[in-house]
Each structure stands twice: as C-alpha cells, then as structure tokens.
Write a protein that binds this ligand. Structure first.
Ligand code: PAF
Length: 159
C-alpha cells in the first residue's frame, strides 16, 4: 500500500492507473476509521480496480470553538486497517498541501443553510471545498460517502 502526502504524486499515480486502463475509487475520510468506513472501503474495492482512501482532518469545516484540535486521530491504526482491507493508496496531506492562499471555496446554498447549517454556518462550505479538491486531485470514477449525515450527503450530491 502506497502512502502519499503530495498532491502531484497522487495525480501522477492516478494517471498511471488510468493509462493502464484501471478504474479508480475514492473514499474520503477524516481518519479514525471504524466499521462504517471499512464497509465503504470494501464496497469501493469491489466496484473499482484501485482504491484511494483520503485521510485528512479538514480544518475549513470546523467553526470557531469547534473541536478541530480534539478531533480523534490514529493514523497508524488507520493504515493498518487500510492495508488489511487491500487499499492501494492512502492520501494523507497536511493543511498546507491542501490550502494555499488565495483561498478558493465551494458552497451549495439553500441546502447548507438549514438544519445543522443554522448553527454551523461555514461547515458545509468547508466540506464541499475539500471534497471538490479531492475530486480534482484523485479524479475518481466513483466516490463513496457514509449516509450517517444525511444533510452532508444531499449537499455533496448536489455539488
Ligand atoms: O464525512 C466526513 O468524514 C467528512 O465531512 C468528509 C466528507 C471526509 C470531508 O472532510
């Protein structure tokens, strides 16, 4: 299993897979993987030739006073699980790799302003921004998201 922290390296690796005729699946995560993630990864493995799992605690989806610093992390354990499942690449960038000034963001209005969006005004824009970046970096044939957060799912589908 390859582990990369570099956007150009991931792009190059994906390009080589596509030239070889392989389909690429992506499972975006913020790490601290559990059974739910494992089931998405298994489905991704079954439906694609190669699988990339992104592991990035995305700062732009955390508002002031939210739990970015306290968000649980266990990268070694995550890699052990991914390797056991047969994941081909784990993409583990840092914030500097993902976000450069000037900052570009993506937002879906209306859907992002109700329910959780009322108390977390920047949250869904942060989610859309990072997912859009991941789609551009990995250019997956298919991407897999949990259904626990129905609002997030609806917003990502719309994006
Ligand atoms: O649901 C999550 O884990 C995150 O919001 C996501 C989609 C990986 C974006 O950071």
């Amino acid at each position: 299993m390859k582990i990369s922290v570099s956007i150009p390296e991931v792009k190059q690796w994906v390009k080589a897979q596509k030239i070889a005729g392989k389909t690429v699946g992506l499972v975006p995560t913020m790490g601290y993987l559990h059974e739910g993630h494992a089931s998405l990864i298994k489905r991704c493995l079954a439906e694609n030739d190669v699988v990339v799992v992104s592991n990035f605690v995305n700062p732009t989806q955390f508002g002031v006073g939210e739990d970015l610093a306290d968000y649980p992390r266990d990268f070694n354990q995550d890699c052990t699980l991914c390797e056991a499942l047969g994941v081909d690449m784990v993409f583990h960038p840092d914030s500097q790799e993902m976000y450069n000034a000037p900052h570009v963001s993506v937002a879906v209005d209306t859907l992002s302003e109700t329910l959780c969006g009322k108390t977390r005004p920047i949250h869904f824009s942060g989610v859309c921004t990072v997912v859009c970046k991941l789609f551009n970096i990995v250019a997956p044939d298919r991407a897999y998201f949990g259904e626990k957060d129905a609002q997030q799912l609806a917003i990502i589908r719309k994006m």
